[in-house]
Design a protein around this ligand. Structure first.
Ligand SMILES: NC(=O)c1ccc[n+]([C@@H]2O[C@H](COP(=O)([O-])OP(=O)(O)OC[C@H]3O[C@@H](n4cnc5c(N)ncnc54)[C@H](OP(=O)(O)O)[C@@H]3O)[C@@H](O)[C@H]2O)c1
Length: 255
């Protein structure tokens, strides 16, 4: 059994790779930070006696995503689990934030996830088995002033996953596609996004444990705590403009 986890060099992705290795899956770990991936490989091979393969890839490039898929096909033929976790954010007024960084966000959070999901899902569908987990965020359920691109990117991930789930259901497919929607988690995310969370942060190990268990149980959407599920309920019943108003002040305090 073989799993592929993107963004496995730190945070949630690293802990998801640990959880999957614990279940005796071999793991392909993907990111740009070679040293961090090498350390994780050594840890997982030592602790769980599984095989770990490193792929140093910058997922912002479309061609890199396709190259990753082709390499995996050539070396391993099929994978059983895909975790599309790599992602980043940025904070600030839309007119002030860096276009270059936002393109990175769109390319990583949306385009890379879309390409990998499409290519691997086609194979899983033919075999009629497999699991895909897309990592979104509770942010994907509302407009996010001062973090507009990030919130919008996560809305894409949620809607894409939900639509494909329904297609698979009508096809009576056994492939399980799930979406993880965490609230604030203690990782490198804040540093990369230039924000400082002022609400309680969950440990990434706790998020990963729950996410992987729910994915294998066929859960469609996983929230990481009861209060994050509550935010989802508010986002559903309150007007978008009110959610955006609240969000503006929440984000303002983070900058
Ligand atoms: N932390 C939170 O509060 C939170 C909340 C909700 C959702 N999320 C989501 O959770 C996911 C993981 O984030 P995290 O919190 O664990 O943050 P993190 O510690 O910064 O991890 C991000 C991972 O993505 C990888 N990555 C980023 N850009 C990449 C690129 N161009 N090519 C390849 N890999 C890339 C990073 O690896 P390299 O830098 O080595 O390439 C790293 O392994 C993201 O999708 C994020 O949006 C996080």
């Amino acid at each position: 059994m073989l799993a592929l986890v993107t963004g496995a060099s730190s945070g949630i992705g690293r802990d998801i790779a640990r959880e999957i290795a614990k279940r005796k899956y071999d793991v392909i770990i993907v990111a740009r930070n070679e040293k961090a991936l090498q350390e994780l490989k050594e840890e997982l091979e030592r602790e769980y006696k599984v095989k770990v393969y490193i792929k140093i890839i910058d997922l912002t490039g479309r061609d890199n995503c396709i190259k990753l898929y082709n390499e995996v096909k050539a070396e391993f033929k099929d994978i059983d689990v895909l975790v599309n976790n790599a992602g980043l954010g940025t904070c600030g007024r839309f007119t002030d934030t860096s276009l270059e960084k936002e393109e990175q966000i769109i390319n990583t959070n949306i385009t890379a996830l879309h390409i990998l999901m499409k290519l691997f899902l086609k194979d899983m569908s033919k075999r009629n088995k497999g699991y895909i987990m897309n990592v979104a965020s509770i942010a994907g359920f509302m407009p996010g002033p001062l973090m507009a691109t990030y919130y919008a990117s996560k809305a894409y991930v949620i809607r894409l996953t939900q639509a494909v789930q329904k297609e698979l259901k009508f096809q009576k497919s056994n492939v399980k596609v799930s979406v993880l929607c965490p609230g604030p988690v203690k990782t490198n995310f804040q540093k990369v996004a230039d924000v400082k969370f002022n609400s309680p942060e969950t440990e990434s190990s706790v998020v990963a444990r729950k996410a992987v268990a729910k994915m294998f149980n066929g859960r469609k959407i996983t929230f990481t705590s009861w209060y994050i599920s509550l935010v989802r309920v508010f986002a559903k019943i309150l007007p978008d403009s009110f959610m955006a108003f609240c969000c503006y002040f929440v984000q303002k305090r983070k900058i």
